[in-house]
Structures are given as C-alpha cells and as structure tokens.
Design a protein around this ligand. Structure first.
Ligand SMILES: Cc1cc2nc3c(=O)[nH]c(=O)nc-3n(C[C@H](O)[C@H](O)[C@H](O)COP(=O)(O)OP(=O)(O)OC[C@H]3O[C@@H](n4cnc5c(N)ncnc54)[C@H](O)[C@@H]3O)c2cc1C
Ligand code: SF4
Ligand code: SF4
Ligand code: SF4
Length: 502
C-alpha cells in the first residue's frame, strides 16, 4: 500500500514540526483529542501507540489542536474578542483588578492571593461546575505537578501553589470527560494549556462542550523537569523528594525543610523549555479569567477578567464574601510590572522566532503574519480614534501614573503645539532608575522614530511598515495636515480585525 501524504495525517506533521523540533510542552491535548486513541503521553514523552493511517485516510486533528501550531488561532481568539478593551500587554479584557482570598490560611499556602484556589473551591461547593482540572503535587516529588480531576473541595485545596514544570492538564481534561463523565468542567492552566482548550472549542471537538470556565495563569515559562532537578541536586545538594515548594519572586526560590535558596533566573534559564522561548502570551490571553502575581504587593493577585462568563463567576464569588478586590489603578507599580513582563516576553519571543526561522525556515508559532485578508481593510476602519497623548514636558513619574489609569502600552508624545514628536512606552519609562523618575522628562526618553500611516492606507500596508521598522504601532496622521493625529493602529488592532472575520 502507498503511504499517505504527510499532510493528510496530522500526526506526521505534529511529530516533525512540534515533537521532534522540541516544541511540545506535554499538555496532552493531542491524546485527549485523538479519535482513535493513537497517541499517549507518558512521563516526559509522547508515544504513538499505533499507526493511525491504517484506520483513517485523513485526520487534521492533533496538529491543529496543538497549542504550538499556527492553526485555529483567530477562531480561538474569537472566544474572548467581544471584550470592550484590548491592548498589546493584556489582550482582550473587561476589567483588571487586584484580588485576594478572604481566607488568610489559603493566602499563606499559595504565596500569592490564592484567588484561583478560592474561586475553584467556591465553584465546586456551589455546583457552578461539577469538577475542576488542577495540578496537585506528586507525593514522592512535590515539585512535579500531578494533573488531577478535582471533584471535592479538598482536591482543590491540595493543588494550591504553582509548580514550574509541564503539567498534562489537557490530558486530564479528556480523562474528566471520558473517565468520569463530567459535563461542567473548570480548567486551570498556563497560556498554552488554555489555548489548547480553546482550540478544541474552535474545532468543535465533541469533548469541548463540557468546558464550563477557563482560568489562565500568567506564565514566563516552564522548566524541563529532569534537567532542572538534576542541576539542583548537583549544585545545591537538594534531592527532588526534599523540595517542599518552589516560587517566583525577583528570584527563583526553592524551599526544603532545612533551607531556602534563592537562585537568579539567569542561572537556570537554560532549563526553560524551548517552546517557551518563542511563546508570546504572558497573561493567558485566551482565558475567561487570568490570574498572576501582583508583585511587589504580597498576598494579592492581579486578575484580568475577559469574558462575560468570567465576569459573572468572579463577581458572584466577590459578592458572596470569598474574594476581596482592590482597585489596580491605585497601584501603578503592579501595572508597570505586568505590562513590562508581557511586552518583554513578546519581544524576546519574536526575536527568538526570527532567529530560528532564519536557521530552520518556517516555524509554527503564534505570530501575526502578513496575510491578504489585511488588504481588504483600510486603516481608517480599524484604527483607535480615542487616543491619549503625552506632553513631552511631563516627568516619567507622572507618565507612570497615567499608564496606571489608561492601561495602554505606548503613547504618542506631543510638543507644546500639540504636534507629534515621538512615542513613549512603559518599557522605556520603567528603565529609568526610580530615583531619577521625578527629574527625567518624557521628551528625554521618547523614541523619535515614528511609523506613519494614513486613513486610506490598507491594513496590510500598515502592517508591512510596522514589520519593517520592528515597531508594533503606527501613528495615523491627517494627509492634509501631517501634524494632526487622527488615531493609532497597533498589531493588536490588526489581529482583532482578522479575528472579527470568524
Ligand atoms: C509555570 C508557571 C509560570 C508562572 N509564571 C508567572 C510569572 O512569570 N508571573 C506571574 O505573575 N505569575 C506567574 N505564574 C502564576 C503564579 O505563579 C500563580 O499561579 C498565579 O498568580 C495564581 O496565584 P493564586 O495564588 O491565585 O493561585 P493558587 O490559588 O495558589 O492556585 C494555583 C493553581 O495553579 C495550578 N497550577 C499549579 N502549577 C501548575 C502548572 N504547572 N500547570 C498548570 N496549572 C498549575 C494549580 O492547579 C492551582 O489550582 C506562573 C505559574 C506557573 C504554573
Ligand atoms: S488519528 Fe490521532 S494520531 Fe492520527 S492524525 Fe488523527 S489525531 Fe493525530
Ligand atoms: S498537543 Fe500538547 S502534548 Fe501534544 S504535541 Fe502539542 S504540546 Fe505536546
Ligand atoms: S511560556 Fe508559553 S509555552 Fe511555555 S509553559 Fe508558559 S504558556 Fe506554555
């Protein structure tokens, strides 16, 4: 029998482009989605149990569902795209707040706001959902996540805290549907986990209808389990079974019964999974609700509410006294940290992807690419008109207060006549030393290089200019009066335009 072409059997592409290329983050979505049970995720490896091409002629599922393939992205984004606000750091959102569990014991255990644990416990107790997919700890190796189907509050409580290694939560989701017959499932995971679930929904896979709510975690990356544990054993004489907890603050903190060591991230970053280096999503942009730390505030979490379902569930828990909230605009340092982390992650990922592409050719990751679809839209149809400009003579401190209120990442800088003279971004402002922020003016740090677009340009032309100058936003000027700003167009606006076609 003639072998079937690679493109007809998705596994061949998955194996070549994702698994063998080192992009797999072991979520198990391919196993959960495979219609003939041909894939199994065991330990730190994907196994092909049998050659599915003998059963079927054509199957695109496992590659399309994989969060590291380029497929189904726009359709997945459409699940959050009705939110009223969007920007380059947070994605689509309705509200951003600070939150914490009312229960102080939970906060102590989580080393954060314990918002995720409190929401899940509340949801199970009130029967908002019938189960939740969480990552507990392996008893003999507490740093290692044990993906589990939580059925009662105690299962949720034993999953409190972050484990910084891959967790096959999408496989556990499949187990909840097939093994336990659950129909209203809450799901917690890092951004690539959430995307895998959204792709199942976009595909209209039969198990996707059982998903009730997704809670995404912010994520800088996950470590390769065995290499990092071996490193800790060799350098710090810490056996995996002795690790009580790992947590992230300004350093990576490893705690045992006897000692606490604080490791600079640069020392262990070589053990971060290859896929994380080209991952652009920091804040779980596809989730109903996203949760991350609220550094430098202890005991609080940053919560981004994206969907109506997420909003209803979150505020139900607030109204029932489970969660406290606080206005994030009162804490500019928290907003600054989240935006800077998100933008740095995206920029590093794009740089890494470009380098990889030059060496290996096309790599399948989540980037906005040049597409003819953008030629159908004019800049005037997609630009943001209500813009906030920043005078060049205000201080960096004043600018940071302004960012906390408006949440945008980049702002056009204007001179005393109201004419555009450059851009200022939060990242540039954050680089100014704290004790110099009251004396440094925005005009001194503004980027002079501007990408200019005009209302009648196509979105494609604007995108090509942005890519050429490696700037994620363009200023839209009035062609009859080039000193008058009419709006801004960002890569996020372009993505939004494409998403709206679904
Ligand atoms: C790999 C990883 C990297 C992260 N990086 C950052 C970061 O750079 N910046 C930042 O602000 N926040 C990061 N976070 C999120 C942060 O550590 C907290 O998880 C988040 O702030 C929620 O806090 P909480 O107190 O509400 O969570 P908790 O109430 O303690 O609940 C945590 C939940 O996370 C789930 N979980 C734990 N480990 C995993 C895992 N490996 N995969 C999937 N689910 C898991 C558990 O099931 C649990 O329900 C990261 C989390 C992970 C897992
Ligand atoms: S049958 Fe399973 S392994 Fe084969 S291509 Fe489809 S999803 Fe992939
Ligand atoms: S779906 Fe998940 S487990 Fe499967 S190849 Fe992709 S990342 Fe790996
Ligand atoms: S950085 Fe991206 S790919 Fe890596 S674990 Fe986090 S979400 Fe997944």
């Amino acid at each position: 029998m003639k072998p079937k072409p690679d493109s007809l059997i998705a596994y061949n592409v998955l194996e070549k482009k994702i698994i063998n290329a080192g992009f797999c983050t072991l979520c198990g979505a391919c196993e959960a989605a495979c219609p003939v049970g041909a894939i199994q995720l065991k330990g730190e490896k994907i196994h092909r149990l049998h050659d599915c091409s003998k059963d079927i002629d054509l199957c695109p599922i496992c590659y399309e569902i994989c969060p590291h393939s380029e497929a189904l992205l726009l359709r997945s984004l459409s699940f959050v795209a009705d939110a009223p606000a969007r920007n380059e750091a947070f994605g689509y959102y309705r509200k951003i707040v600070l939150a914490q569990a009312v229960d102080p014991k939970l906060r102590e255990q989580s080393f954060g706001g314990a918002v995720v644990t409190s929401l899940l416990k509340y949801g199970i107790e009130k029967q908002v959902f019938d189960s939740a997919i969480v990552s507990q700890s392996e008893p003999e190796n507490p740093a290692k996540p044990k993906p589990s189907v939580a059925l009662v509050p105690d299962d949720i409580l034993s999953a409190v805290g972050s484990k910084f290694f891959p967790s096959s939560v999408a496989k556990a989701y499949g187990g909840a549907v097939y093994g336990y017959g659950k129909t209203q499932i809450a799901f917690v995971g890092v951004p690539c986990h959430i995307l895998a679930l959204r792709k199942l929904e976009a595909w209209q896979h039969k198990i996707s209808g059982n998903l009730k709510i997704t809670i995404g975690l912010f994520c800088f990356g996950s470590f390769s389990l065995s290499p990092l544990l071996e490193y800790l054993e060799k350098k710090y004489k810490i056996k995996p079974s002795e690790i009580k907890q790992m947590r992230l603050s300004s350093k990576f903190v490893v705690q045992t019964e006897k000692k606490v060591i604080r490791i600079p991230m640069s020392e262990i970053e070589e053990h971060i999974l290859p896929s994380c280096r080209t991952c652009t999503d920091f804040t779980s942009e596809f989730a109903d609700i996203s949760v991350g730390s609220a550094y430098p505030l202890k005991d609080w979490s940053t919560v981004i509410i994206r969907t109506k379902a997420g909003e209803d569930f979150f505020y139900d828990a607030v109204e029932n006294g489970i969660i406290n909230t606080w206005v994030i605009e009162q804490e500019p340092k928290v907003i600054e940290r989240v935006i800077v982390a998100a933008m740095q992650k995206r920029e590093n990922a794009l740089r890494e992807a470009k380098e990889l592409e030059e060496v290996y050719g096309y790599i399948p990751i989540r980037l906005l690419r040049e597409t003819d679809a953008l030629a159908h839209f004019k800049v005037k149809e997609i630009m943001t008109k209500a813009i906030t400009t920043v005078p060049n003579n205000i201080t960096v401190s004043k600018f940071l207060d302004l960012v906390a209120v408006h949440h945008h990442v980049g702002y056009p800088v204007i001179n005393e006549n109201g004419e555009p003279i450059g851009w200022v971004t939060l990242e540039e402002a954050a680089k100014v030393e704290k004790n110099k922020r009251d004396k440094t003016l925005v005009g001194q740090i503004a980027r002079q290089k501007l990408v200019i677009a005009y209302p009648e340009d196509t979105a494609l032309a604007a995108f090509i200019k942005m890519r050429k100058f490696e700037i994620g936003r363009a200023l839209v000027l009035d062609p009859d009066n080039p000193k008058k700003i009419l709006g801004i167009v960002t890569k996020t606006d372009l993505m939004h335009t494409l998403t709206k076609q679904y």
